[in-house]
Design a binder for this molecule. Structure first.
Ligand SMILES: Cc1cc2nc3c(=O)[nH]c(=O)nc-3n(C[C@H](O)[C@H](O)[C@H](O)COP(=O)(O)O)c2cc1C
Length: 183
């Protein structure tokens, strides 16, 4: 499949078959995450594969915030997850002096890594859904994540069930988001 077709057909998956994902495939996803470019090549990430029942139970708990809010009411059926944790970015001194913020590029870096993982998953016949919401305190307690290291994204991974094969991609038209040479 060419890349544009891949972009046009990829969609977030919120229903999964009861079929495990091999460790080999999960590690391949992390491999493309690891190879992703990052600001100052700082690689401000750590990937935690969650594929064992007890750990998945803990993650399902951490995907619910203390006020009950969750982005994944369907989380119980997901065969595997990958947590993308933000690490301190060792950026170049000049960048730090300019922005006074070592994490200036980190969220973008993690987003890029996660997207590459989604596309790798497609090549492997897997479906994914990026999850942006979680309870940081639960993440720290359940997975030993050091305090202050934000679990920025969680990637749900599995063999999908296409509940809406005729779904049309909802995107702003190109005229609305593109301009040439000025705003
Ligand atoms: C940073 C980020 C956070 C997201 N969080 C959630 C989420 O919590 N729950 C969910 O079902 N989808 C989540 N999504 C998926 C988006 O809703 C989805 O990508 C968007 O609606 C476009 O649909 P598509 O991925 O099918 O093209 C998230 C996506 C991103 C990039």
């Amino acid at each position: 499949m060419d890349f544009l077709t891949m972009m046009e057909t990829r969609k977030s998956c919120r229903a999964y078959q009861d079929k495990p994902v091999s460790r080999e495939d999960l590690i391949k996803l992390v491999e493309v995450g690891r190879l992703t470019p990052s600001g100052c090549n700082s690689q401000p990430w750590k990937f935690i594969i969650v594929d064992e029942p007890e750990a998945k139970e803990k993650l399902c708990d951490a995907l619910v915030c203390t006020d009950g809010l969750t982005g994944a009411p369907w989380r119980d059926q997901v065969p595997a997850f990958i947590i993308l944790v933000e690490q301190e970015a060792k950026v170049k001194q000049a960048v730090l002096t300019h922005y006074h913020d070592s994490q200036r590029f980190a969220q973008g870096d993690i987003g890029a890594a996660c997207m590459n993982m989604c596309h790798m998953a497609m090549e492997l016949g897997l479906s994914t859904c990026i999850l942006g919401m979680n309870d940081q305190k639960k993440m720290e307690a359940h997975f030993g994540i050091p305090s202050g290291h934000e679990a920025r994204l969680v990637l749900a991974v599995g063999y999908g069930v296409d509940t809406n094969p005729n779904a049309v991609k909802v995107r702003k038209p190109i005229e609305e988001v593109l301009s040439f040479n000025q705003w």
